[in-house]
Write a protein that binds this ligand. Structure first.
Ligand code: HEC
Length: 138
């Protein structure tokens, strides 16, 4: 019985730590794809197509919605997430909400001029969080 308990615990621990590792790598991966969508969206500020803008900016909104659920804790592994995230989690979530709102506004841009202004606001919303909650790369 004791042995079974130990094995069960070992399996539980392995699954638990695996899940944490995945959360960390998933959020880094998702942030990277958000950056790729941003590049496509930025190109649209020179060559506007409402359809592409809507799709790419919506991709950003959806990806931000998912990535915000992947910060349940710091995780084990290489991360640029600051401890401040978990000290001020409400503020962190609020900044996600701002960024999601900005990407939805960008998705509805009617023309190149409004996309330019909406894109600027959207990039500022990324920086607004990174400045406080992400360790700056050397
Ligand atoms: C509310 C906070 C927040 C918002 C909003 C946010 N990010 Fe991030 N981002 C982070 C944090 C924290 C990390 C570090 C994650 C880690 O290393 O664990 C990160 C990491 C990244 C990375 C590096 C990924 C890697 O490890 O290679 C990129 C690129 C990135 N974000 C792009 C963006 C873009 C573009 C936006 C806006 C559309 C955005 N982020 C919005 C908090 C945010």
């Amino acid at each position: 019985m004791k042995r079974i308990l130990i094995i069960t615990f070992a399996l539980f621990a392995a699954t638990f730590f695996q899940a944490q590792a995945d959360e960390l790598s998933d959020r880094k991966q998702l942030m990277k794809s958000i950056n790729d969508y941003m590049k496509i969206l930025q190109a649209q500020t020179q060559d506007f197509d409402a359809n592409i803008v809507s799709i790419q900016a919506t991709n950003i909104a959806v990806a931000l919605e998912s990535v915000k659920t992947l910060f349940s804790e710091k995780g084990v592994g290489e991360t640029a997430a600051k401890d401040e995230i978990w000290q001020d989690y409400d503020r962190f979530l609020e900044l996600f909400a701002n960024s999601i709102q900005a990407s939805e506004t960008a998705a509805a841009s009617a023309d190149m001029d409004s996309l330019r202004s909406n894109f600027r606001k959207l990039s500022r919303s990324c920086g607004g969080c990174h400045r406080n909650f992400r360790i700056r790369k050397q």
